[in-house]
Design a protein around this ligand. Structure first.
Ligand SMILES: *Cc1c(COP(=O)(O)O)cnc(C)c1O
Length: 486
């Protein structure tokens, strides 16, 4: 069934709103601003509401179903965050307003900087970066600036484990560094011997995700950091997986020099469909003078009042973004942190880890888990390989899950050369045991179907508004505007 375009619902003369009589004199519009050739649909209000509500329901969303998309932390977005972000004092201010008129917003940013520094065990934070990947670029540019400030210009290599997110090598290359890939060992940790073999005075640093994209905590992470430091390098932590660590482990204490957060993942602000995100960076004393500005600092006046002011650190790498970051996202993340408090955030991570391990335990006998002999962190990496169903691949299992009402896990990441047929499952802490059980039941039934009726999987999804899409064609021949069918 294809949905009609809004234009196809158009009936001449039909109206969606009743405009009040004008209370100002009517005036002629300038001729040259009026165009007859821009058709607008003439539709009733009820048609518009139903049309867009129907369209909105043709996608899977965290508000309609469990969305275990590994590495993306698709947790429920509490509505209190939205209430806070919509307060007029936050929503209706302008970034060019005078400092004195936006003290409340600056206070919030100051507090958020402090919370994020505390959670990471770091000394300073910049809220500028607009997403995780931009946080990465920011961190790497700071690492480069740090070496350059010491007159150490040889350091042009970034070591990155093969279990890294694809943005890590991309950001390093963008910052002008040469990427050296480090293999993983059989337990899913970075291979220590390979690390040692690559450490020399040309290493800018190591960029590592912990927990890594197998969902495993790096067992030798402290030693890894020490080795890199001993060679004069810095350690970048991709903090997109902080959902496993809140209140439990601090990257700054482990030995990281800089991390980025994904506020839109860990701190529950809505994401997907391209934004808006927020990727603040937290750094230790080595890097704090290089942070992008402006950041907010507090100053005590002679009368003992606290005023907030913009501040750019002395050796700042400059701005990473216009104005002050995605402020609405910052308000949501701040609200989330305040609502949970210290104990609440720790509980978030404990439940996220428990939920992922529950799924791993229930599916282990049926699906393969490359590191199933270890406990996972907040996500678990399964393989879409089912004994007795040789034709079935991860994609078939994911497409069949849609028929059962679940968004699929992340497919083919980690990369096939590391984990063939990867299905990276991240339930998040916001799913109840009942929902986890329904998901596991569906996965187990799909495995049974794979053996007995493989065509059911091959032709899935059967009940979705769209069947299998040609994703390559969709990406190559992107159509972003509405084409009116004659
Ligand atoms: C999501 C993610 C990123 C990139 O973050 P964006 O906000 O999408 O730019 C980087 N690393 C890891 C491990 C991630 O999961």
């Amino acid at each position: 069934m294809t949905e009609p375009l809004i234009f196809e619902l158009s009936v001449p003369g039909r109206k969606g709103v009743l405009l009040p009589d004008p209370d100002v004199p009517e005036a002629e519009l300038p001729e040259d601003l009026l165009r007859e050739d821009v058709p607008l649909p003439e539709v009733s209000q009820v048609d518009v509401v139903r049309h867009y509500t129907r369209l909105s329901q043709r996608n899977m969303a965290v508000d309609t179903t469990m969305y275990p998309l590994g590495s993306c932390t698709m947790k429920f977005n509490p509505r209190v965050n939205e209430d806070a972000a919509r307060l007029t004092g936050f929503a209706a201010i302008h970034p060019l307003q005078d400092e004195a008129t936006v003290q409340g917003a600056m206070h919030l940013m100051y507090e958020l900087q402090r919370y994020l520094a505390e959670i990471a065990g770091m000394s300073a934070v910049s809220l500028q970066p607009a997403a995780g990947a931009q946080g990465e670029l920011t961190g790497i540019l700071m690492m480069r600036a740090y070496h350059a400030a010491r007159g150490d210009h040889k350091r042009t290599k970034m070591l990155i484990p093969d279990s890294a997110h694809g943005t890590n090598p991309a950001s390093s290359a963008m910052a002008g560094l040469t990427v050296v890939e480090l293999p993983s060992d059989p337990r899913g940790n970075v291979d220590l011997e390979a690390l040692k073999a690559n450490l020399d005075d040309t290493v800018c640093g190591l960029m590592i995700t912990n927990p890594n994209t197998f969902g495993m905590f790096e067992e030798h992470i402290e030693e890894v950091c020490q080795l890199v430091h001993a060679a004069g390098g810095l350690v970048y932590g991709d903090g997109a997986n902080m959902n496993a660590l809140l209140g439990i482990a601090k990257p700054g204490e482990i030995g990281f020099d800089v991390i980025h957060y994904n506020l839109h993942k860990t701190f529950s602000t809505p994401h997907g469909g391209g934004g808006p995100g927020s990727g603040p960076v937290a750094v230790n004393d080595k890097l704090k003078d290089f942070l992008p500005g402006p950041i907010v600092r507090a100053r005590e006046t002679e009368d003992g009042d606290i005023v907030y002011e913009w501040y750019t650190p002395p050796h700042s790498i400059g701005r990473m973004r216009a104005f002050h970051g995605n402020f609405g996202v910052l308000v949501r993340a701040y609200t989330y942190i305040r609502v949970h408090g210290e104990a609440g955030l720790r509980a978030v991570s404990q439940h996220a880890v428990l939920n992922a391990n529950y799924i791993q335990a229930r599916l282990k006998g049926t699906y393969r888990f490359p590191h199933g002999d270890r406990f996972c962190m907040h996500e678990t990496c399964a393989q879409g390989i089912i004994a007795g169903a040789p034709s079935i691949v991860a994609l078939d299992i994911s497409k069949r899950l849609i028929d059962y009402g679940f968004h699929p896990p992340t497919n083919y990441f980690p990369l096939p050369k590391l984990v063939p047929e990867a299905l990276l499952i991240e339930p998040t802490e916001t799913e109840s045991k009942d929902t986890l059980d329904r998901f596991c039941d569906a996965m187990l039934r799909i495995a049974e179907e794979a053996r007995t009726q493989p065509e059911l999987l091959k032709e899935a999804p059967h009940y979705a508004p769209m069947r299998r899409l040609d994703e390559v064609k969709a990406a190559r021949e992107l159509v972003l505007c509405c084409v009116i069918r004659e």
